[in-house]
Design a protein around this ligand. Structure first.
Ligand SMILES: NC(=O)c1ccc[n+]([C@@H]2O[C@H](COP(=O)([O-])OP(=O)(O)OC[C@H]3O[C@@H](n4cnc5c(N)ncnc54)[C@H](O)[C@@H]3O)[C@@H](O)[C@H]2O)c1
Length: 307
């Protein structure tokens, strides 16, 4: 145990399994008291159970403090209640880790609207609801002249950052998480609340749905302090650090952690540009300008298509 997060209270969503379980264990390891939220659904979001209990027991067995919460992050009243639970139980909220996730994959022509709604609900509506509840709490502290510093750590994915075949719902949701992160970082900056997104990796139930997936491993099955390239808790030390006072200067960032590598992601930046000297563009002539000045020599390097 370290004292890096001593005295802090955290909510981690989807912490019954995989990456979230790793985050909850790591935050507790550094002294935070943790609300371990998990709906206990299947990897596609069906059903519910008390999966949060196992993580709470693991934290307690290691000398930490945690309580379970079995709520659905996509449910407005439930998401608000889980944030209020931390404040009601322990009188404060310092860290919100939005991690809960499901997948319902398929090429777009096979995807149902229900698959879209379910994935957007857990990955986008959920973090937005919990963040709003936390933001209202921190803003009320600020208005009362009290310390309003806090941390929100969201969870994006390579699918959202660069796209992935068969995941139009999941990739859209994970890209939305980045937009949520960047905008929350602006809105909450004055309160001293930092907002960042992590892009984790690990052999979890979610990756287990993919072809040729590695065997699912839970973070506690890997001996503490040993390195496993697919450890779901691989990004958890970075999450714990982002949650610490030391990381006050980091906000609005997207950081991927894959194996033992930390990658700072850089988003949309202006590329080549062309001007028409104050005149409206002509569709029959703009192609030459785009080919030569925007994409270089006749669009070299762009994706070509032939039947
Ligand atoms: N595994 C990877 O390589 C990887 C890569 C990039 C991003 N992610 C993201 O990491 C996060 C964690 O996923 P994981 O891989 O550990 O999968 P996982 O299935 O092991 O864990 C996800 C947890 O979220 C819970 N959950 C699902 N819906 C919920 C809801 N509505 N409310 C509360 N809890 C709910 C599940 O019960 C489960 O315990 C997800 O956001 C996922 O998209 C994972």
């Amino acid at each position: 145990m370290s004292e890096m997060l001593e005295g802090k209270v955290a909510v981690v969503t989807g912490a019954g399994h995989g990456i979230g379980r790793g985050h909850a264990l790591e935050l507790a390891r550094h002294g935070a008291w943790v609300v371990v939220n998990d709906l206990g659904s299947s990897v596609t979001g069906e059903g519910s159970s008390k999966d949060a209990d196992l993580t709470v027991e693991l934290i307690a067995a290691r000398g930490g403090i945690a309580i379970p919460d079995y709520g659905d992050v996509a449910d407005e009243a439930v998401a608000e209640a889980m944030v209020e639970r931390a404040i009601g139980e322990w009188g404060r909220l310092d860290i919100l880790v939005n991690n809960a996730g499901i997948v319902r994959d398929g090429a777009i022509w096979n995807l149902t609207t229900a698959a879209w709604d379910a994935v957007m609900g857990v990955h986008v509506r959920g973090p937005w609801l919990t963040s709003r509840a936390a933001a209202r709490h921190w803003r009320s502290l600020d208005k009362a002249g009290r310390d309003s510093r806090g941390r929100i750590i969201n969870t994006t994915s390579g699918a959202g950052l660069v796209g992935n075949f068969g995941q139009t719902n999941y990739a859209t949701a994970k890209a939305a998480v980045v937009g949520l992160t960047l905008t929350l970082a602006l809105e909450l900056n004055r309160l001293g609340v930092t907002v960042n997104a992590i892009g984790p990796a690990g052999a979890t139930r979610i990756t287990g749905t993919m072809p040729n997936a590695p065997t699912v491993v839970e973070p506690d099955e890997i001996p503490e302090d040993s390195f496993h390239p697919l450890d779901p808790a691989g990004s958890s030390p970075v999450v714990a650090w982002l949650a610490s006072d030391e990381a006050q200067y980091v906000t609005g960032q997207v950081i991927r952690v894959i194996g033992d590598h930390i990658h700072l992601m850089r988003g949309w930046q202006e590329g080549a540009s062309a001007s028409n000297a104050g005149k409206r563009w002509d569709a029959t002539k703009v192609g030459d300008v785009i080919a030569s000045q925007i994409f270089g020599t006749q669009g070299r390097g762009l994706q070509t298509w032939s039947r």
